[in-house]
Design a binder for this molecule. Structure first.
Ligand code: ADP
Length: 477
């Protein structure tokens, strides 16, 4: 069984034969020269392009004067062309901070109450999508596969066709799909749905997302939904599109490779300081989709049930500040900090605090080592496309003495991780009981659950995801 876990070999993508070239489009691009270790999506795309060769189109990180034309600079490293766009500052802000992150993100995460809709930001979103369509049209040939990523580019399929691109077009949506009623309530819903129909295939994280997207888009276009084995076909707006659940995975080998490196000194000091207390760990961006107030409230309920527990456990919650310029995030930060202060004030003592809230980012190695030494991982989003932290926590465990994953049923990851302690994060008492159960779980049960979890995390890894996505693009062409 231990053999099933790749030790240090990263799960690199194996080349898939395609006729033309691969063109990946995403907002952010990780260039090898940048030397920073990219996040999940960026490293998956980087692997795919390195294996396949091709072009990666994305934002350069630079904005230019408003009213000027977007500018594209291409550089080639080995077989990969990095085609990077400089975008007018106002357009980029309206597109990224505005329509994408202050409007689409909350709507798609079931928080329409937090969504800020400004027509000018939709116009900026459309302008940026148009700039990407034009840049893609200059390089895409009929045999190429264009692989577009995420909610930043919902209009791109149609705009690519309008720009004369004849390539196969695929979108992968990394975030969850909301209830069809919430989708329909978007002022531009029909326009988005019609534009989505111009992709040949749309990949989503879960079967539930696939069904919801099909229902929303078909409903808006008075179309039909055809359920076929493993794939849904929608016919609407005079077009047809395939929608398929293709859950993203992690690079198990790369994560376990971090554990072969010495424990970073700060983590070592933390572990030494535990002094026999059990470690509960949370690692999330400070985002309202992650259910942080609910998690802290449940931890408060867990302590309230037996205040002596404050000397026996510590919850370390790493929650780096994210999207600080969007107002909902500033409010969330205040709420989480206030709750953390209250819990420590109420249950802490002169010598110990049961909760550590850290709002700065930690490196991948430190996070991997924290995960490996945690007794319990708390992954409790209210909505999440996949949630890679859940998979990373499983991959980081010692197979002989594994920690326990407590996982929200609203994370996409829960669809394939039934062996976790699956919870409804809105139920504070239920979550408090799950923490209790996780801490008390016998070794045998921990091993059994972990064995089932690591089998799926290792099998459905990021290399598998990339291959499946490319095969789906080929099938859709
Ligand atoms: P999201 O993409 O919404 O942030 P995911 O869980 O899918 O959520 O992916 C987050 C990625 O970022 C994971 O690879 C995780 O390890 C990493 N990450 C999240 N929070 C931190 C943190 N505080 N420090 C370092 N890495 C983090």
């Amino acid at each position: 069984f231990v053999e099933a876990i790749p030790a240090v070999r990263p799960a690199r993508h194996q080349k898939v034969e395609i006729e033309g070239r691969l063109i990946a489009v995403s907002n952010r691009v990780a260039r090898p020269s940048e030397g920073v270790s990219p996040g999940g999506l960026a490293s998956a795309l980087s692997d795919a392009l390195t294996a396949q060769g091709g072009t990666w189109l994305g934002w350069s990180g630079k904005t230019i004067a408003d009213g000027t034309e977007p500018d594209v600079t291409a550089t080639t490293v080995d077989d990969v062309v990095y085609s990077l766009l400089d975008l007018p500052a106002d357009d980029y802000r309206g597109f990224y901070e505005g329509y994408a992150n202050a409007f689409l993100w909350p709507v798609f995460h079931g928080r329409s109450d937090l969504a800020v809709h400004r027509p000018a930001e939709f116009r900026a979103y459309a302008a940026v999508n148009r700039a990407y369509a034009e840049a893609t049209a200059r390089i895409a040939g009929p045999d190429d596969l264009v692989w577009v990523h995420d909610y930043h580019f919902l209009l791109l399929g149609k705009m690519l066709r309008e720009a004369g691109v004849g390539s196969t077009l695929g979108l992968f949506l990394h975030i969850p799909v909301p209830e069809p009623a919430a989708f329909r309530a978007v002022p531009e819903a029909r326009r988005l749905a019609e534009a989505l129909m111009h992709f040949d295939t749309i990949g989503v994280q879960t079967a539930r997302d696939a069904a919801r997207l099909a229902e929303a888009v078909a409903g808006l276009g008075e179309g039909v939904v055809l359920n076929r084995p493993g794939v849904i076909e929608v016919r609407a707006f005079g077009e047809r599109v395939r929608i398929k659940a293709l859950p993203i995975g992690i690079d198990v080998g790369a994560l376990r490779g971090e554990l072969y490196a010495p424990t970073p000194p700060e983590v070592r000091a933390y572990l030494d300081g535990l002094g026999g207390r059990r470690a509960i760990l949370g690692v999330d961006r400070l985002d309202y989709s992650k259910g942080l107030p609910e998690k802290l409230a449940a931890f408060g309920a867990f302590l309230a049930a037996d205040p002596a527990r404050a000397d026996e456990v510590v919850l370390t919650q790493i929650a780096p500040i994210s999207r600080g310029s969007v107002s909902a995030y500033a409010h969330l930060r205040q709420e989480v900090e206030a709750l953390a202060g209250r819990i420590n004030g109420e249950f802490g003592s002169l010598s110990r605090h049961p909760l550590q809230l850290l709002t700065r980012p930690y490196g991948r190695r430190a996070v991997a080592h924290l995960m490996a030494h945690a007794d319990v991982g708390l992954v409790t989003p209210l909505a999440d496309g996949m949630n890679l932290v859940a998979k990373e926590f499983v991959a980081a465990q010692d197979v002989d003495d594994p920690g326990v994953l407590v996982l929200s049923r609203f994370a996409g990851a829960a669809e394939a991780m039934e062996a976790a302690l699956v919870v409804d994060p809105r139920d504070a008492d239920g979550l408090a009981s799950a923490i209790e159960r996780a801490l008390a779980m016998p070794l045998r049960e921990r091993r059994e659950r972990h064995r089932a979890l690591i089998a799926s995390v290792a099998r459905d890894d990021v290399g598998h995801w990339t291959t499946q996505c490319l095969e789906e693009l080929i099938a859709a062409g």
